[in-house]
Design a binder for this molecule. Structure first.
Ligand code: G3P
Ligand code: MG
Length: 249
């Protein structure tokens, strides 16, 4: 995994579509991945949470209201309940009928599309370890060897469980602001990369992380000026919502 200067190679391309289709499609839906691939993106990020009956589905928020208009929380409902919901119409009526996808369906679609993946484990409160374990194991079982993959989370309990389940899987630790003890935290969790909020990244921070041989990726970058600033700092990859104006298009 180490490059010539001891730096670990970042496993994904420089541009990563955020939440599937970024700002052009309802977040965390199959339609978003299809659009990202059509626009030339070679990698996408998405968020995964467990239903009450343990099915990993794509969802950012613990509650369903913002993206589906339904009441309740993902962790309090079964897959059969979520499967009936519309995850597209609240984004725009033209996307009505778009469903909440299961992780297994997303892995199959993205493998077909040839998209590299950043699977962000987004556990509901109280379900951290189980979510990490289930997501890591399903990805290991279903994602084809040789296609780019990185599993990440803000939640260290989830990442520790993912590490226990699939020790050799590529992992990244997510931060908003990079803390002073970032190196110890990454080492403890066997993480090969660090993901951080772009607005909080500065030259000394990226230099310190890079000097330790750890690649940095930054979220969420939606202007060319911010992208240029991040790449000039030495950031390896950017997450963007601007699939129409940024990235490999
Ligand atoms: O994984 C990068 C980014 O997605 C983290 O923020 O809140 O959009 O999941 P969020
Ligand atoms: Mg995310």
């Amino acid at each position: 995994m180490s490059g010539p200067a001891g730096r670990r190679r970042y496993p994904l391309p420089r541009w990563i579509a955020h939440r599937g289709g970024g700002g052009l499609a309802p977040e965390n839906t199959l339609a978003g991945f299809r659009l990202a691939a059509r626009l030339g993106f070679r990698a996408a990020e998405f968020d995964v949470m467990l239903t009450r009956d343990g099915v990993p589905v794509l969802m950012h928020d613990e509650t369903l209201a913002r993206t589906t208009g339904a009441a309740g929380a993902v962790a309090d409902l079964d897959w059969a309940d979520l499967a009936r919901l519309d995850a597209g119409a609240r984004f725009h009526k033209s996307w009505a009928g778009e469903a909440i996808p299961r992780l297994d369906a997303v892995l199959a679609l993205c493998a077909d599309l040839g998209l590299g993946l950043n699977v962000e484990i987004k556990p509901a409160t109280g379900h951290e370890a189980r979510t990490g374990e289930v997501v890591a194991a399903l990805v290991a079982a279903r994602w084809p060897a040789g296609l780019p993959l990185l599993v990440s989370s803000f939640c260290e309990t989830a990442l520790a469980a993912a590490q226990e389940a699939v020790p050799g899987q590529a992992r990244a630790l997510l931060f908003e602001t990079v803390p002073a003890d970032w190196a110890e935290r990454l080492a403890r969790l066997g993480c090969l990369a660090l993901h951080a909020r772009a607005a909080d990244l500065d030259g000394p921070t990226v230099a310190a992380v890079s000097a330790a041989g750890v690649p940095v990726a930054a979220y969420t970058v939606n202007s060319a000026a911010e992208a240029d600033r991040c790449f000039a700092l030495g950031v390896s990859a950017l997450f963007t919502d601007r699939l129409d104006g940024l990235g490999p298009v």
